[in-house]
Design a protein around this ligand. Sequence first.
Ligand SMILES: C[S@@+](CC[C@H](N)C(=O)[O-])C[C@H]1O[C@@H](n2cnc3c(N)ncnc32)[C@H](O)[C@@H]1O
Length: 216
Amino acid sequence: MEGSWSPERAFFLLGEMGQEYGLPFEARPLVYPLFRYLSALAARAEELNLTAFKSPEERLLYAVSEALVLAAFLPEGGYPLADLGPGGGIPGLVLKLARPELEIVLYEAHPGRVAFLEEMIAELGLSGIRAVNCHLGRTFPEERFPVVVARGYGSVEKFVRHARALLAPPGQAFYLWRQEVEPYGRPEGLEILGEIPFALPQGRGLRKLLLFGLSP
Ligand SMILES: C[S@@+](CC[C@H](N)C(=O)[O-])C[C@H]1O[C@@H](n2cnc3c(N)ncnc32)[C@H](O)[C@@H]1O
């Protein structure tokens, strides 16, 4: 059942998620930054045209929980990571909170969302993360990354095409796939290395984390 949105409520839900998924990070340091971030996102969702946004609590239980599962599966260590189409910050901003050692670049086509991400990065005092206004596919940055991630990028095929262009060897690409709303298509250029199914908290449905790698 939904309680009123507060840091205590966020802490409770994060604790539940931590137990359910066996997440390898503590909930407590995540509570205040996530609370501030989700509260700001709720206030700006309409302006940013984030139509899927329902409430901070729903956002925590869907998008943030998926990002935390991804954070637990990423390779260990600090390395450059690109998030394609983070919109309001999923998964990249949440990855930075859970895995501060990562050096994250958020490539987002919508200028207003990029401005919001920049504001959040400054407000939360984060370093080693930046947002870049870029419509991938029309243009690609020169930078290359050992790890590329995304959620809600349109299709698995599109993700694989764009991730392929940005990956540096050995190269791993992780996609949070919502199989009931997004097509798989015919991904080409990367090899599928694994599919990790997981359940959203409180019976909110199933997701798959897809792992791709550069072909040998
Ligand atoms: C459905 S939203 C998903 C946002 C976020 N990843 C999430 O899961 O909540 C897709 C986002 O990807 C961005 N996007 C789509 N195609 C893109 C492209 N080719 N280059 C950069 N951003 C793109 C859109 O502007 C939008 O913000």
